[in-house]
Design a protein around this ligand. Sequence first.
Ligand SMILES: Nc1ncnc2c1ncn2[C@@H]1O[C@H](COP(=O)(O)OP(=O)(O)OP(=O)(O)O)[C@@H](O)[C@H]1O
Ligand code: SF4
Ligand SMILES: [Mg+2]
Length: 387
Amino acid sequence: MSNATTMDGTPGGAHAAVQQAPLLEVNGLSVYFDTPRGAVRSVDDISFTLSRGRTLGVVGESGSGKSVTSKAIMGLLPRSGRRIEGSIVYDGKELTSYRDAEYRSLWGTDMAMVFQDPMTSLNPVMKIGRQITESLQLNLGMDRQTAKDSAIGLLSAVKIPAPEKRFNEYPGQLSGGMRQRVVIAVALACGPKLLFADEPTTALDVTVQAQILDLLAEQQRDRFMAMVLVTHDLGVVAGRADEIAVMYAGRIVERASTRSLFGRMKHPYTEALLKSIPKLSSASHTRLDAIGGSPPNLIDPPAGCAFAARCAYAQPRCVEERPPLVADPADPSHLYACFYPVDSAHAAGVRAEAAAHGELVNAHPGLEAFPQTPPPFDPSTMHGGTN
Ligand SMILES: Nc1ncnc2c1ncn2[C@@H]1O[C@H](COP(=O)(O)OP(=O)(O)OP(=O)(O)O)[C@@H](O)[C@H]1O
Ligand code: SF4
Ligand SMILES: [Mg+2]
């Protein structure tokens, strides 16, 4: 399959020429793991491109293949017991044939990752400053004093108060939010061109989440990095990604520019994810509606649509046939894998019938009006979507 489309916008100035060629091109990527019960297809034929200065949001429930995708691109998956198919081209180089040593040469300087839990990324018995200077000395060949000056500059850039003092402290002496800032400083230290942020804020409270996401966005802009922002929460990427890929059971089931995804949503799973976004207006920030049921077994996936068992619009065809990823004729860059998209006459009929019986399928403020008058996209009503 080849559905890669470029995420290039229309940038001006000196960056325009650089942004012409995608930094990352993923085409038909599948990842399998051997398990005692058979092969698990964790990532299933996904394609996308990403240019410098742009952010791709990857959204999906637990187990949908978000982390495996990021780790496969970064070369972080163990070699034994896994198989990768497809192509990963980074900066013109095919990475699927890279050896471990070649991959290692990319880490830090070309690609870096910010993980969910800062305590697993930081060494608890090593001073914060040393955790940054080590890679500066190793990867960039800096001398001790230059590395120290750079590290303090980085701690200051990620808005850690009194960076000279913090330089000599241990991770355990900082709050969760401050530790995550240190993790970001470590990731940014050697100036990567591509940053993966894998659920970078889920361990943090809502206010700190927004600050960390703002910090990542600011650093991404300033450094003109490409960023893959992974989350289970559509609200987190709403105001921060240029394009969004929605993953379900290892597949990208919808991919579009953020504006198009929210303005002309196609996939019932995306719609269900939207319903589960916590609203700032809700006192507890609790989810409005969890998606009923659970994802399929990836060892023995269903023949048809993987979402069929949970989908309000499913028809017999959905169980028999696998919906291909197709382009919206009105916007060829908007892709979706569904026979009966949420703006189709079928979906409207299902809604009308449910409403007539007093139970609205997929009831959600604003959603009932799809597709005639999509609700105005207002990220400020979603937690984490403040810019
Ligand atoms: N080493 C492995 N061996 C076998 N299965 C694996 C392995 N790593 C991941 N998987 C499976 O691949 C699927 C995708 O996992 P992945 O970690 O990418 O999910 P995710 O979308 O990142 O979920 P979460 O939101 O919980 O982090 C899951 O079903 C997981 O159990
Ligand atoms: S193909 Fe059918 S089951 Fe799958 S998401 Fe679309 S309507 Fe639902
Ligand atoms: Mg994950």
